[in-house]
Design a protein around this ligand. Structure first.
Ligand code: PRT
Ligand code: ZN
Length: 300
């Protein structure tokens, strides 16, 4: 029998850098979300899962307070939330269930291009604009650097031009925003990516089973995304060398060719990512008919 509140509630970003990837991940996991629903909560049609669309900064608290069972959020937001707590509240507040393969970025200190940077002492008594005051203070305190905080919620990168600050501490992914604003990175404060967290406290066996199923599927989706199915013909004398070029392909399937006794066909799954370079190296070893295929789903 289904108990009350037996649906697993997941909080994810409503609109922003993590929202598309979060939705895609759940869709890939086979969860059919009714995308027509525009409200705060959407219901999955084929699993007992509800999605709550919120601002990313609210996700840690929603999980900590038990309003939702799971959350998809950047580690930067989690760490900032943690550091913002009073000392006695800095305990284990949620579980990180798995790392996700999106939302990758770094929180960096950047300064104007026309300023020379020697070392961290540069920041002594400077004005630094950021939306991450706690991560910044935590980093600079360890280096015994005093600074003046210029707390901004958005458009941090314009602060030096407006003479509001001498430097900024902001998230960077491609670096294009810094470039456009005449700034360059000099120190990495924190490296981040998205993760799946769960609330503490007892859950029913029913919910635990759904969550475990979801974690297995997420891990399968991530594994499939970083893996490729490779088929090629290789000289029998070079099999070991071929395998050594392909990460994770230690156990290939080997098949005879109809009309060539010097070569065999090899089928394998590999997590090799530098594919053009690797294909050139395979070709140099005498491999031919190289096919690289994406993998739709994977379960070990
Ligand atoms: O409205 P809401 O509060 O939900 O969203 P938000 O505006 O606070 O957050 P959003 O959507 O900008 O970011 C959500 C999360 O995505 C962050 O907490 C990070 O975990 C992750 N993430 C990954 C990023 C970036 N990459 C990123 N590049 N968050 C923000 N940026 C911004 C950065 O602040 C800067 O303005 O993108 C710009 C730099 O990007 P590049 O590519 O030019 O370097
Ligand atoms: Zn936010």
């Amino acid at each position: 029998m289904l108990e009350k509140n037996s649906r697993v509630r997941i909080a994810m970003q409503k609109s922003g850098r993590l929202s598309d990837d979060s939705k895609k991940l759940l869709t890939r996991c086979g969860i059919k979300i009714n995308l027509q629903q525009k409200g705060l909560i959407a219901f999955a049609e084929n699993m007992p899962i509800d999605i709550m669309y919120v601002r990313d900064d609210d996700i840690p608290e929603l999980v900590i307070q038990g309003v939702v069972d799971l959350g998809i959020v950047g580690k930067n937001v989690l760490k900032e939330n943690f550091l913002n707590r009073k000392e006695k509240l800095k305990k284990n507040l949620y579980n990180i269930l798995c790392d996700l393969d999106f939302g990758t970025c770094r929180l960096s200190l950047s300064i104007p291009l026309n300023v020379k940077y020697c070392n961290i002492q540069y920041f002594q008594n400077t004005r630094i604009a950021t939306s991450y005051p706690n991560l910044l203070k935590n980093f600079l305190d360890k280096k015994k650097i005093q600074f003046k905080l210029c707390s901004l919620n958005g458009s941090v990168e314009v602060a030096p031009r407006l003479n509001l600050a001498d430097a900024i501490c902001d998230l960077v992914s491609t670096g294009a925003t810094l470039k456009e604003n005449g700034l360059y990175e000099v120190e990495t404060v924190y490296i981040s990516s998205a993760c799946l967290i769960s609330r503490l406290g007892k859950m029913s066996i029913f919910k635990e089973n759904i969550i475990n199923k979801l974690i297995t599927r997420i891990q399968g989706v991530i594994k499939a995304r970083e893996s490729k199915y490779i088929m090629l013909h290789a000289p029998i004398s070079k099999l070991d060398k071929v395998v050594s070029l392909l990460r994770g392909a230690e156990n290939p399937t080997i098949l005879k060719l109809a009309n060539d006794k010097t070569k065999v066909a090899m089928h394998m799954v590999s997590s090799e990512t530098l594919f053009w370079e690797t294909m050139e190296k395979l070709k140099n070893l005498g491999a031919s008919s190289i096919l690289v295929l994406p993998i739709e789903k994977m379960m070990e």
